[in-house]
Design a protein around this ligand. Structure first.
Ligand SMILES: NC(=O)c1ccc[n+]([C@@H]2O[C@H](COP(=O)([O-])OP(=O)(O)OC[C@H]3O[C@@H](n4cnc5c(N)ncnc54)[C@H](OP(=O)(O)O)[C@@H]3O)[C@@H](O)[C@H]2O)c1
Length: 327
């Protein structure tokens, strides 16, 4: 599999990773066996980069990965996260306290069944704790041999700079796709300047850009996406007008719309390593093939023009969660 550099610290990763969140968080029907088969198939074809978080299913996602990779630790580049916590009242919170970083890492190691994490990232920035203190604790984990590289997620440019001044940051994981292009204004240029890789999550717009969600009825009851404004019935209809452009380009070249959406993200910079999520081997194969798709300039332009930044119908998260982004 083609590789890309993750940051400037020497780590080489597959040019595309596997997002594992949907294996435990309701994005359609869950299927543990197919999820584990998908992870193993990914490793078989060189897709070693697995993305998780201790927040996904409150640890269940890491446990599932731990089971799936038993006996194959050397085939895997494990990327997991900490700090996106649930408050006692059930609302979402953050925890970036140094003692918590250590504690969370130990728990993740246990669930993953390993003694080191390749890339350990802060899932959400804790504004109550100076970023230098959180990153300082992450850097100590490197010294202890428990972590190899560190990253951030949904961090503001200033936070990225301060963190990187404290200890080298290899990647920033943030939503980036045709329908979520806000990062182009400041975050992507900051990463480019500092030699940090951007790891776009939800490069398929949580599945929407694959053209498989044409109405709210395409989401099963309890699907997490139903709570996201972009998946409100009227917004699905509006946003699908733009998906037609992806579908047309895909059809013209014999590709799947999902592959075109991934190829567009990958074409934005060589330091971009997207992590599309799937729990199906069939989708994984399609997505990995997107690495070799070269969209021509005119197609890239058509796509960029069809999806102007900031013009997607509906916010990308429910209101409560929007407050914890870009801090
Ligand atoms: N740092 C953060 O705050 C954060 C937030 C969200 C996600 N993430 C990470 O990023 C990863 C990717 O994001 P995501 O999973 O939310 O969204 P995504 O990658 O944009 O889309 C995933 C959805 O697309 C579907 N899909 C995948 N490949 C497809 C294909 N070829 N054709 C049709 N449908 C396809 C999947 O279906 P199936 O599930 O049915 O296979 C799933 O429903 C997550 O798994 C997670 O690891 C990080």
């Amino acid at each position: 599999m083609r590789t890309r550099k993750l940051g400037s610290q020497g780590l080489e990763v597959p040019a595309i990773g596997l997002g594992c969140m949907g294996m435990t968080i309701q994005y359609g029907e869950l299927d543990d066996e197919e999820s584990k088969a998908t992870i193993n198939h990914s490793l078989d074809i060189g897709g070693s980069l697995l993305n998780s978080s201790d927040a996904y299913g409150k640890g269940k996602n890491e446990s599932l990965i731990g089971e799936a990779i038993k006996g194959r630790r050397n085939d895997v580049i494990l990327n997991t996260k900490f700090g996106n916590v649930t408050n006692p009242d059930g609302t979402g919170g953050t925890n970036g306290r140094p003692e918590y970083v250590k504690e969370a890492c130990e728990a993740s190691l246990q669930r993953l069944g390993t003694d080191y994490i390749d890339i350990y990232s802060q899932h959400r920035v804790d504004t109550e704790v100076p970023i230098e203190e959180t990153v300082g604790a992450m850097a100590r984990l490197i010294t202890e041999g428990k972590v190899r590289y560190i990253g951030l997620s949904e961090a503001a440019p200033e936070t990225i700079r301060r963190a990187h001044a404290e200890a080298p940051i290899s990647c920033v994981e943030t939503e980036y796709s045709l329908w979520s292009r806000d990062v182009e204004a400041e975050i992507l240029p900051t990463c480019q300047e500092l030699g940090i890789s951007l790891m776009p999550y939800a490069p398929l717009g949580r599945g929407f850009l694959s053209g498989t969600i044409k109405s709210a009825d395409d989401l099963i009851e309890g699907d997490r996406r139903s709570a996201h404004p972009r998946f409100a019935a009227e917004n699905i209809e509006e946003n699908n007008k733009k998906v037609a452009v992806i579908e047309k380009i895909a059809e013209g070249r014999g590709f799947k719309p999902a592959q075109v959406a991934i190829a567009w993200v990958m074409a934005q910079d060589e330091m971009i390593v997207p992590i599309p999520g799937t729990k199906h081997r069939k989708y994984l194969d399609e997505n990995v093939r997107a690495i070799d798709i070269a969209l021509v300039d005119d197609q890239l332009k058509q796509l960029s023009e069809a999806f102007p930044a900031g013009e997607t119908a509906g916010e990308r998260y429910p209101a409560g969660q929007m407050k914890r982004l870009g801090l």
